[in-house]
Design a protein around this ligand. Structure first.
Ligand SMILES: [Zn+2]
Length: 436
């Protein structure tokens, strides 16, 4: 029963996301392509808002982090050094009857195939590398193999000294990056939760060995607080520190931030103490000295790295799930105003008496500072409902009283309460209310 409710909530969310233009199936007119999605007019705004909020809190509001945008294709040796060529694999089995592919660790191999019900139909488990492979240049041979990066972090490690020198940084300092990554997942799913192409928001913080534990604690707390700024229900968030036996090969400590999705608790962000593993490996594979020289103590050493890694698409899904609310007469997305795709709508109550002209003048004064929307079609009640589904936090309506005293009604999405404010105060009102 719980599973059924979860499915129906996700189905409703997928349907709303399509109807309102948040997220479409990729290549839909050709029948779609599995686990690839396109962000529509509202989705692209919301995603941009999430990325800007992250960048603001990680780069602009601090004085110890620099930004970077590394290329997706990198030297193939990067992925040997990182361990991805050898170790970035999942065990996979195929059903010989229906040809369905499964992750061997996600099904019970002693039971019949969960898709076609055949008994003893599985192949032996094989290791399947999750990196997408392609060829650089016109010749498709093994000498020209390159990979679509499976994580953005390596672009930061190989640029550690470029950034440090160019920005004249001393330890501790971090490098932040937002960008696409690709993993050929055997079993993607749950809408945009696990996709083969996705966007990461990662920051690698370089510290002196011995100060890593202190910084790990610091970043745990700092990243935990970020979720308040997204306006998420705190009861749906939990924090999980990995036990020793759960840790990845490169990590000394790891901490997950998880959200309770309709399909269960799942990771949105990971904070990892990656030690000196990555820089040490790149030093070994490139033959370049990647040590840091401390000009006060005259020591040379490989910095430790604390990583914070968030899935951008996952964060967007988290915000949509958290905001989705069914009330008696409406469906409303109670998104934080900071990430809502449209900040305000402006309506003339009726299409006469000069009301549309006043509403359009208000809109043109807001444009450039805010993403706003003008709507004069249908009853005002219907216009409110459309904005509720888009997650628009405020609607301003020009009515007959506006003609007398230059005030408009502001209607609050979440409470549906209305009050009057002066027309010239709208811009200040929005600036005040959409800060995160
Ligand atoms: Zn089968």
């Amino acid at each position: 029963m719980a599973q059924k409710n979860a499915n129906s909530l996700m189905d409703k969310l997928v349907s709303l996301a399509k109807r309102r233009g948040f997220i479409f199936q990729s290549s839909e007119i050709y029948g779609g392509i599995n686990s690839c999605y396109d962000y529509g007019p509202l989705g692209v705004e919301m995603k941009k808002n999430i990325k800007e909020l992250w960048w603001k809190s990680m780069v602009y509001e601090r004085d110890d982090i620099e930004g970077l945008d590394a290329s997706i294709l990198m030297h193939p040796k990067v992925w040997e050094a990182s361990g991805h060529v050898e170790g970035f694999t999942d065990p996979m089995v195929d059903c010989k009857v229906c040809k369905t592919r499964f992750r061997a660790d996600q099904i019970d191999l002693s039971k019949p195939c969960p898709v076609c019900g055949s008994k003893d139909s599985f192949t032996e488990a094989r290791q399947f590398n999750l990196m997408f492979k392609t060829f650089m240049g016109p010749v498709e041979d093994s000498a020209n193999v390159v990979y679509l990066r499976p994580e953005t972090a390596q672009g930061i490690y190989v640029n550690f000294h470029n950034v440090r020198e160019a920005a004249r940084r001393k330890l501790p300092f971090g490098i932040a990056q937002i960008g696409k990554a690709f993993r050929n997942e055997i079993t993607p799913g749950n809408f945009i939760f696990r996709t083969r192409e996705f966007e990461q928001m990662e920051m690698q913080f370089f510290v002196r060995p011995g100060e890593d534990e202190k910084w790990f604690e610091y970043w745990k707390e700092t990243r935990r607080k970020w979720y308040n700024r997204l306006g998420l229900n705190p009861d749906k968030l939990r924090f999980h520190q990995h036990e020793k036996d759960e840790l990845a090969h490169y990590a000394k400590a790891a901490f997950d931030i998880e959200y309770e999705f309709p399909f269960g608790w799942n990771e949105v962000e990971g904070i990892h103490n990656r030690t000196d593993f990555d820089l040490k490996r790149h030093m070994e594979y490139s033959g370049k000295d990647l040590r840091y020289f401390d000009d006060q103590t005259k020591e040379r050493f490989i910095p430790y790295v604390i990583e914070t890694s968030v899935g951008c698409d996952r964060t967007l899904l988290t915000c949509l799930v958290d905001a989705y609310t069914e009330e008696e007469e409406r469906v409303v997305l109670k998104l934080s105003p900071a990430i809502a795709p449209i900040k305000a709508a402006v309506f003339p109550l009726v299409k006469r008496d000069g009301m549309p002209e006043i509403a359009k003048e208000i809109i043109s004064n807001l444009r450039g500072d805010f993403r706003v929307f003008y709507d004069e079609s249908g009853s005002v009640g219907r216009r409110y409902r459309r904005m509720d589904e888009a997650g628009t936090p405020f609607c301003f309506t020009v009515d007959s009283q506006t003609l007398e005293d230059d005030t408009v009604t502001v209607r609050y999405r979440d409470t549906m309460e209305q009050e009057r404010i002066a027309k010239h105060e709208i811009k200040a009102f929005l600036e005040e209310h959409i800060k995160a």
